[in-house]
Design a protein around this ligand. Sequence first.
Ligand SMILES: Nc1ncnc2c1ncn2[C@@H]1O[C@H](COP(=O)(O)OP(=O)(O)OP(=O)(O)O)[C@@H](O)[C@H]1O
Length: 500
Amino acid sequence: MAEANTAPLLKASGVAKRFGPVAALRRADLVVHRGEVVCLAGENGSGKSTLARIVAGAMPPDEGAVELDGRPAAFGGPKDALAAGVCLVSQEPTLVPGLSVAENVLLPRLNRAARTVRRTALAAQAAPFLERAGLRVDPLRTAGALPPGERELVEVAKALAAEPRLLILDEVTTRLPDPERLFAVVDGLAAQGCGVIVITHRLREIRRSCDRATVLRDGSTVAELGRDELTDERLSSAMVGRDLGEYFHKRPVAAGEVRLRVDRLVTDRSPHPLSFDVRAGEIVGVAGLVGAGRSELLETVAGARRARGGGFAVDGERLNGATPRTARRAGVALVPEDRFGQALAGDHSIRDNLAVPWLRALRRTDRARDHDRAVRAVAGYRVRCHGVHVPVGTLSGGNAQKLVLARAIGHAPKVLLLDEPTRGVDIGARADIYELIGGLAEGGAAVVLASSDLLELLGLADRIIVLAEGRQAGELSRDEASEEAIALLALGGGRTDDAA
Ligand SMILES: Nc1ncnc2c1ncn2[C@@H]1O[C@H](COP(=O)(O)OP(=O)(O)OP(=O)(O)O)[C@@H](O)[C@H]1O
């Protein structure tokens, strides 16, 4: 017993895993001690999620050993891992959409305990975990009705309710407007002796929350960085193997013709009309907390939701009652937040997914052209894959996101609507994507960028519109914009520009 206590909480050594011809992990090592927060870092496709899933019992390794408290952890599945206190919050959703928020939060416990608990009692039990996760919703609401950001917080609450000894957070913060709140929870868990593995591409979050970092490259552990070594330079050169230099290249603020005019638009989330213009060559940022109405605004302009009032126009042509098809014809492209729900067909190949917007226009498919286009996109966006014939569902999260972008940008849109475009994308590819977005704007497109990554907004946007509870809380020029100014408006402070 004493021996077990001195062993690390988690020790994974020499872990290898193949998926057919793809070696997702070759030789991965990872150690986590009690009370430690360890970052698992690496480029898209380096094997982080695969290692996380093996540790959490979702699949066995082909080779290598996973030990918990010094004992072999041969879990038969995630339930076994959960029973041993290992809990994974993964990149892709696990909530049961038809169940209530409370039932989802308590699902792991419900399996163990009696199932006849009344709904109101469940709501009361779930409430403290929702509160800790920072989500204010009625616990009896149906989980499937929540927007993606709020669903992510339900996932966090569900993990907290499982009272983990080892918590794995795989790209969780990319959907959260206030990652600091989650990191405060992580600090609290670590102080109680819980081990935490954080997977994130945001270097600032690594520095903020982690005691050290284990870096994977091509499926093998290549570096261990201590707390003092968690600098942007050390992290990025360990992950990518090259120096990335400056991320954002400031473009002169463009003053072309108005390309997108949003005119007293009322969306599902914003009963208060929204009005703004985006000129050719401009990148306009949209900031706001979860539930502020960012995604609904973009989806309405892309024709994926019906406008409840007002309208919008592209190059002076009003698009009333737009459908995705009419919006696309008018030159509007959307990169949605929910990549698998709205953008990609997981069972279909990279080639077919990239071809989708052109299929209808061409009326017949040109396989050779689709193939060439896919090969070019995969090379240009550095998508890690084993050929363009593989199903996109087998790609790592960040690589799938690159495909959604490749498809939207490849369509040479007049208006590009980006909803969390770099969610889960690694730092190397992120630099490439920022350059592409900037290039598209310079070519005359009007770009609307909704992001919860404030550095991304501040680095790319010419001006920033801040939404708060479906209302246009204010607009900040490049000179006025700062993290503090955005946060103040997003929290409801500052002026209100109600365009009613
Ligand atoms: N089920 C699967 N079938 C086939 N290939 C897979 C499967 N799951 C993962 N892979 C491949 O294994 C490699 C590692 O993927 P993994 O998701 O672990 O990477 P990651 O480091 O988490 O990437 P990201 O930062 O993009 O999330 C990738 O090349 C991916 O395409």
